[in-house]
Design a protein around this ligand. Sequence first.
Ligand SMILES: [Zn+2]
Length: 288
Amino acid sequence: MVIKCPLCGSEEVVFWKKGNFDYEKAEAEDFKITDSDYGLFPSLMRCENCELRFAAKMPSPTQLVRLYSEVVDPEYEGEKEGRGENFYRILTYMEKLKKPGTLLDVGSATGILMELAEKRGWKTKGVEASKWACEVASSRGLEVYNGDFLDYPESEKFNAITMVDILEHLAAPGKAIEKAGRLLKPGGLLVIVTPDIGSITARLMGRKWWHLRPPHINFFTRRTLKWAAENYGFKILKVRNYIWNFSLHYLVTRFGIGRRYFKFGLLKKIKLKLILFDSMEGYLEKLH
Ligand SMILES: [Zn+2]
């Protein structure tokens, strides 16, 4: 069987890294946003054309939708403040480029970004696979479509689309970017945040790089992002490093260290800011 790159379709793909995770055994628990299965990841291929790394044996799109629909992750909400700060930074930069208008948040989870954007004058809608996350978002009065982004109706065009930490979870990242293009008005803004596997951090950490986890089935480099922008009708306005805000509590619980030495409440108050240079934030403008 010929393996093709799920982004550019090239058959020039080579085996890149031997992994130890098989999607046939995957459960929703492995796909939580705050999941901490470090050291587990699928064997990865590398595309010689666009540099995408992707799981040699992809889970099927139906399996992915089923797994994500079952995800329940209350810990995600516990980090609302830190996540809010990340989204605040993104929205601030978006507003430097474009005035607030209609916004579709793809992979909206519990609606933290949407809620923040609404306060700043955006009119938001969301798409989210997890039933649990959709219910949380709806209880906050947010409008979220529960299902696969590729099935989202294309009747309305948006001024902006955000895909924060989403692309790396998708079996067909190219189709998702193409779809975002169809859903944007000319001149509309697409924001992509995704791990950068070409980054120095990723290279130095090797197999220990923390983005190598079961839910991450494809990885971009800056060149991959450039390829996608050029081929799906976008112009790159800016690519910058993602700054990660989180609490010490989050770090400690994710790595399972020192848990018993601290009181959770205190740890949640200690905020950390990390520039790891291993995630990129791309601001793309839809050409026509
Ligand atoms: Zn490719």
